[in-house]
Design a protein around this ligand. Structure first.
Ligand SMILES: Cc1ncc(COP(=O)(O)O)c(C=O)c1O
Length: 426
């Protein structure tokens, strides 16, 4: 692996809010020490899920070892401790995204479940025949299929908005699609293929002018940008813990309190009720109304630790490190004649979508894999964007703040090798 000299090694110079360099930060992430096919693992698939720091793993471990009981069920001290820890993360999450109150935070399994919850509970009660739902053609399936299905169930119309060529849905493009029948707009914060960011404040303003609500898929957005739901005035914001240093199995749905209160529950059972009569039941207030059954308690606590970790290192560092790596990655791949990059000029947020000309991305991904580099190949749960780019599938390299310039250099060398090797093969 090529080593940088001290002078051309700016990644070491970048310092996180807690005063540490990336080399020090990497010690928190056990998987940075993992091997793949005998090579040090270079993990360039953070768009799929992030690596997890030991602080998150330890927090979950301590819960199971020290106070691993159910929440909101016991009147004993240990039950109180578990419930308090769980509810503290709700309040912490509200502060993290600038929500007005903790009860506006609903814990779900992931972004997908949060979006489905909105489609069922809000959509089922607020979208009527002939109403219009707007989605972009650069949405992940999680923010696309639930709206297709909702439109079918309610007899509503799905209206598609095409982003500009950088992949961004501008307020002007949204405005063109808005009508007096538009009731709901569902858009990504950051695209998982093109890396484009949407301006949430401007999009909320356009949506609200026609009385529509704005649902934001923040699965990728919150990884790269501080979120302030009150300032941007979005109505719903959804994200997954596992892309933001947290565990799998935990997601967050933020909704404005008045909207959540106007929604019926979508799952029924323990803890979401008020009074259960023989034939009729009344339901709990938010957030309990939307958290039926035993919740993923350890995962909620892990999420809290992940958010604390992000607070400690700071978004300024996250953005600067990712920008540095991304810039070099684009430069390096652009210099290779057999690589076609789909978002080179508008590269953002650590995501690079590209292909080796004429070669199936799965074959190329196999070459990277044998060299210890993990990237993604396929349609990235985003067939609409594949149609937008007019391709079947792509390679996707996605970096995070725990990656290094040395890793990027090795990635570029292997990209070159992959091209040459495949030239010989095909
Ligand atoms: C933009 C976007 N939305 C939604 C999702 C779905 O997230 P999850 O699988 O955690 O529900 C993803 C995951 O890749 C994503 O990138």
């Amino acid at each position: 692996m090529k080593k940088h000299t001290k002078q051309d090694r700016p990644s070491s110079v970048l310092v996180a809010k807690d005063g540490r360099t990336v080399e020090e930060i990497r010690k928190d992430f056990p998987m940075t020490q993992a091997l793949e096919h005998g090579h040090p693992l270079i993990y360039f698939n953070s768009g799929a899920t992030s690596l997890k720091p030991v602080q998150v793993l330890d927090k979950m471990d301590r819960y199971y070892k020290e106070y691993g009981v159910n929440v909101a069920r016991g009147v004993d001290k240990i039950g109180y401790d578990a419930t308090k820890a769980y509810e503290d993360v709700r309040a912490q999450t509200a502060r993290f995204i600038g929500a007005a109150r903790p009860e506006e935070i609903i814990f779900t399994r992931n972004t997908t479940e949060a979006l489905n919850l909105i489609a069922y509970a809000y959509g089922g009660s607020h979208i009527a025949e002939g109403d219009e739902i707007i989605v972009s053609v650069n949405e992940h399936h999680a923010n696309y299929v639930p709206w297709q299905e909702l439109a079918k169930r309610q007899g509503a119309k799905l209206v598609l908005v095409k982003p500009d060529k950088t992949g961004q849905v501008t307020p002007e493009l949204l405005e063109e699609k808005m009508t007096t029948r538009t009731r709901l707009v569902a858009l990504f914060h950051v695209s998982n293929v093109m890396g484009a960011s949407n301006d949430l404040e401007a999009l909320a303003e356009v949506s609200h002018r026609q009385g529509a609500v704005l649902v934001v898929d923040g699965a990728q957005g919150i990884v790269h940008h501080p979120v302030d739901v009150m300032k941007s005035d979005v109505d719903f914001y959804c994200f997954s813990g596992h892309k933001l240093l947290g565990p799998t199995g935990i997601g967050v749905l933020y909704g404005k309190a008045d909207l959540l209160r106007a929604m019926p529950p979508w799952q029924f059972g323990g803890e979401m009720i008020d009074v259960v009569g023989d034939y009729e039941t009344t339901f709990a207030d938010i957030p309990a109304r939307f958290e039926a059954g035993t919740m993923p308690i350890a995962e909620v606590l892990g999420l809290g630790e992940a958010l604390a970790y992000v607070d400690r290192i700071g978004y300024d560092f996250i953005q600067a490190q990712i920008a540095l790596l991304g810039q070099r990655m684009v430069e390096g791949l652009e210099a290779l004649p057999n690589m076609e990059i789909y978002n080179a000029s508008n590269y953002r947020n650590g995501v690079l979508a590209y292909n080796a000309k004429g070669i199936h991305p799965h074959d190329v991904a196999g070459v990277y894999d044998r060299e210890g580099i993990s990237i993604r190949a396929g349609h990235h749960c985003n067939q609409p964007t594949m149609r937008f780019l007019d391709v079947q599938s792509t390679l996707r390299a996605s970096v995070n703040f725990y990656n290094t310039l040395d890793e990027v250099e090795h990635f570029i060398e292997v990209s070159k090798k992959a091209g040459d090797f495949l030239d010989v093969l095909f």
